[in-house]
Design a protein around this ligand. Structure first.
Ligand code: ZN
Length: 465
């Protein structure tokens, strides 16, 4: 008997953390992500299980909501083996170090404020530090390759398939044999959008006795990519020609590379007005370089660029703002900039400084090209809030606000269902990694289109497999 319990990404999008207990076999954790947005306080709660009892940690991909609590897991006693792709661990290091850095900054600000009130003793320590991140890399690790089964323990084999979501993201198939009975449990991981410029399409899977599928966009279909690209080009071109600047809050991984790819295509086709493009995020710069070095599984377009230019994403307009001074200098430029900066949901990072300097000006435009979770500053701007507090200053939003959904790194409802239709045998379906309201809509769509009953997983609930 195997039991699955989700301790994150259960009726929410973030905090992916799924514990599989196999009777007489290893205890396996699939992902150990951070909660973000409205639910971020949960990061400080106990995991709901004992990290010391986990033998193996499988990682689907390096997004913060899939890897962000690994240092906490290790701090609380996890000493087992990590199994994933090599590039995932490299990207995860960039992601976790960035997160540790942001948390430390936030802690120091709170500490300073509390000290003025004489209340510094009560200030909560950050979830982890960069030293804690380094300790993760002392653990034993097995690096897998796509489509090559790896034996995790007697009767337990894992196969990673390309999920086409971000660099080297995976769907994980677990084949378990217990007392002669075989079953396949599949974790979709985050599934990519089939129209992505940078990634290949998600790999199909043949069979699952139990499928745990993400449902981020289970409630809807994205706008067509052609329409989104046209909208993107229109906002960029009009804003630049109107002597404004374009601010793009962007996730450092995948979205940034996709946007760079699109801007490069515009430049090649002479569609890009004269401008300076700033990649103002050390994390995005590092991630972009990793994409360049682990390019085998990227799209043909990327590999063509690499052959032609020696780099996938660089071209004459692009400048990297690695240190703070470079970033501050961007403020001196009045117009004609495209600024790509993190964090993707505007919960921290350099985008906030650019917001403070430029949101008040109606010539500028903010282009949201990624998912904005409930409770984040990004979501509030998307929802039309006009008066914000950024770094102790009131900022009015007069810049144009544009949301372009077609760039999602996630499959939409039709793609998720299409992916499930490609299974030769699909038994039970469990929905994870989605907001509850959206999951209910997805569940109905699965019932109608696949004639299957899907179950929406609750936090900690025991699912017997
Ligand atoms: Zn993801």
């Amino acid at each position: 008997m195997a039991i699955l319990q989700s301790y994150g990404a259960a009726q929410v999008v973030t905090g992916s953390c799924h514990l599989l207990t196999i009777e007489g076999g290893p205890t396996i954790l699939v992902d150990c992500g951070m909660f973000q947005g409205a639910v971020e306080e949960r990061n400080f709660d106990s995991f709901g299980f004992n990290p010391k009892e986990v033998d193996i940690l499988l990682i689907t991909h390096a997004h913060l909501d899939h890897v962000g609590r690994i240092p906490k897991l290790v701090k609380e006693g996890f000493g087992g083996r990590i199994v994933t792709l090599k590039s995932t661990m490299e990207l995860a290091e960039v992601v976790m170090l960035d997160s540790a850095h942001l948390m430390m900054e936030e802690y120091q600000t709170r500490y300073r404020k509390a000290k003025r009130r004489g209340a510094e003793a009560g200030v909560r320590q950050p979830l982890y530090t960069s030293d804690d991140v380094q300790v993760v890399y002392d653990l034993p690790m097995t690096f897998v390759e796509y489509d090559k089964p790896v034996k995790l323990a007697k009767g337990v084999v894992a196969t990673f398939r390309n999920a086409g979501h971000i660099l080297d993201s995976a769907t994980i198939e677990l084949d378990i044999e217990e007392k002669g009975a075989k079953k396949t449990i599949v974790f979709s991981g985050d599934l990519g959008n089939r129209n992505d410029m940078v990634m290949r399409n998600p790999e199909t899977v043949k069979k699952a006795d139990a499928l745990f599928i993400e449902s981020t966009y289970g409630d809807r279909d994205h706008k067509g990519i052609a329409e989104s690209v046209a909208e993107f080009k229109k906002v960029v071109t009009e804003t630049l020609l109107n002597r404004g600047n374009v601010l793009i809050p962007s996730f450092a991984i995948e979205r940034t590379q996709e946007i760079l790819c699109l801007l490069k295509r515009m430049y090649d086709d002479r569609e890009l007005p004269e401008c300076r493009i700033f990649l103002d995020s050390p994390m995005a710069i590092r991630a972009t370089k990793l994409y360049d070095s682990f390019h085998d599984e990227l799209s043909e377009e990327c590999n063509d660029y690499l052959k032609r230019d020696g780099s996938i994403f660089e071209f004459p307009c692009v400048e990297y703002a690695l240190d703070v001074q470079d970033s501050k200098k961007i403020n001196e430029i009045e117009s004609g900039c495209i600024i790509i900066a993190g964090s993707g949901m505007c919960t921290g990072g350099r985008i906030l400084h650019h917001f403070k300097h430029r949101l008040w000006n109606e010539r500028n435009a903010v282009l949201f090209v990624g998912y904005q979770a409930e409770g984040t500053l990004g979501r509030r701007i998307v929802n039309g809030e006009r008066h914000l507090h950024i770094y102790h200053e009131e900022v009015v939003v007069r810049a144009g606000v544009h949301t372009i959904n077609g760039f999602s790194a996630h499959a939409d409802q039709s793609e998720l269902i299409g992916w499930m239709q490609s299974f030769e045998r699909l038994e039970k379906v469990f929905l994870i990694h989605g907001e509850y309201d959206k999951q209910k809509i997805f569940k109905t769509a699965i019932a109608e289109r696949l004639k299957k009953k899907a179950h929406i997983v609750k936090w900690g609930e025991e699912i017997f497999l």
